[in-house]
Ligand binder design. Structure first.
Ligand SMILES: NC(=O)c1ccc[n+]([C@@H]2O[C@H](COP(=O)([O-])OP(=O)(O)OC[C@H]3O[C@@H](n4cnc5c(N)ncnc54)[C@H](OP(=O)(O)O)[C@@H]3O)[C@@H](O)[C@H]2O)c1
Length: 313
């Protein structure tokens, strides 16, 4: 079958380890099912894998792709919860221990399947399991925000950030965001943000919570933008994981820093229901055939995307 794999690790030139070509179809396994992939979304996690973050060379070649939607062995239209929880080891997400979704077929535990929301296209459905699920948990489990509160979302153009903008707006929060790009700031406002600021700009007032995925480049701004006893929810550090700590401000203003990763199967089901019940729809930057995956990876690496890059089969 055709697949897109990581075959080499290179922290400086991640795309050099990307291979497009034929791989064996997955062998059947008790309790697991082969999903015929219709669409699969790209995540920054796939670039981290090519850079050797969260994986070691001995696990390669590894088929990439944490997100997917398709048709299971029984003909059901499904989305795949990417968190694999084997009884004999620690949980991982697809592409860490098991092959991912950038292939004609992907083998996953039957328990990881969620019915595809009929209201969503294949391309939209493929966006839910990683970036959108992560934004859902950040906002609705970990932020402590209530309708009417103000949230700052750093790095407006990202997959998690665009999800957070749409979900936060739907939840009745006042939504502020930052971006390095004027064009992305304008698009964020079109998407539902109440205001968009240049990265690092002083805000009109302090916010109740910050959704942080950018890391070193925005961390100080996140800490300084928060009201006393406010909450920063952090799930990523794209620009680096060693920012100035701002420790004095954190303890003096009694700020809460909450780590957040992915979400549960139940949260993914709730997110799917939210899409069915409302006009919330994943933000798709571009759709490419899987055979043109290299173009999509380059677009993400260069920080050009606004929303999710999706591959179709
Ligand atoms: N813990 C989890 O479960 C989990 C789940 C999903 C993602 N993540 C992590 O969260 C991060 C974001 O993921 P993603 O898929 O949303 O990535 P993405 O789509 O590539 O978005 C990254 C965004 O970060 C901003 N950015 C990057 N470098 C920046 C810099 N130097 N200064 C300011 N802003 C910068 C950009 O926003 P602008 O161009 O608009 O400024 C960019 O759009 C990644 O590190 C990923 O690994 C973690």
């Amino acid at each position: 079958m055709f697949a897109v794999s990581a075959v080499r690790i290179d922290p400086k030139d991640p795309l050099s380890g990307l291979e497009l070509g034929e791989r064996d179809e997955p062998a059947p396994r008790a309790g697991w099912t082969a999903v015929t992939v219709k669409a699969a979304a790209l995540n920054h996690h796939d670039l981290w894998t090519l850079r050797g973050v969260g994986i070691t060379e001995d696990k390669l070649p590894m088929i990439l792709g944490c997100d997917g939607a398709g048709v299971d062995d029984d003909g059901n239209e499904v989305i795949i919860h990417s968190v694999i929880d084997p009884r004999d080891g620690k949980p991982s997400i697809l592409t860490e221990a098991y092959d991912g979704t950038f292939a004609q077929k992907v083998l996953v535990p039957k328990a990881n399947l969620v019915p595809k929301p009929a209201a969503l296209s294949w391309e939209q459905a493929a966006c839910l399991p990683t970036a959108w699920l992560t934004a859902y948990r950040m906002l609705f489990r970990n932020s402590g925000l209530r309708p009417g509160d103000t949230v700052l979302i750093q790095g407006a153009g990202g997959g998690v950030a665009t999800a957070a903008i749409v979900l936060a707006r739907a939840a009745g929060f006042r939504v502020w965001t930052t971006s390095r790009s004027e064009e992305k700031r304008a698009r964020a406002v079109e998407l539902g943000a109440h205001a968009a600021f240049a990265s690092g700009a002083r805000l009109p007032e302090r916010v109740d919570a910050v959704m942080e995925t950018v890391g070193a480049a925005t961390w100080s701004h996140s800490v300084k933008s928060l009201r006393p006893e406010g909450t920063i929810v952090i799930s990523g550090a794209t620009s680096g994981a060693m920012p100035p700590a701002e420790l004095t401000r954190i303890f003096f203003l009694q700020l809460r820093i909450v780590g957040s990763t992915m979400g549960s199967l139940d949260e993914l089901k709730a997110l799917a229901r939210l899409c069915e019940a409302t006009d919330v729809r994943p933000v798709v930057d571009s759709v490419l055939p899987l055979s043109e995956a290299r173009t999509g990876f380059a677009r993400m690496e260069q920080g050009e995307a606004f929303g999710k890059i999706v591959f179709t089969l």
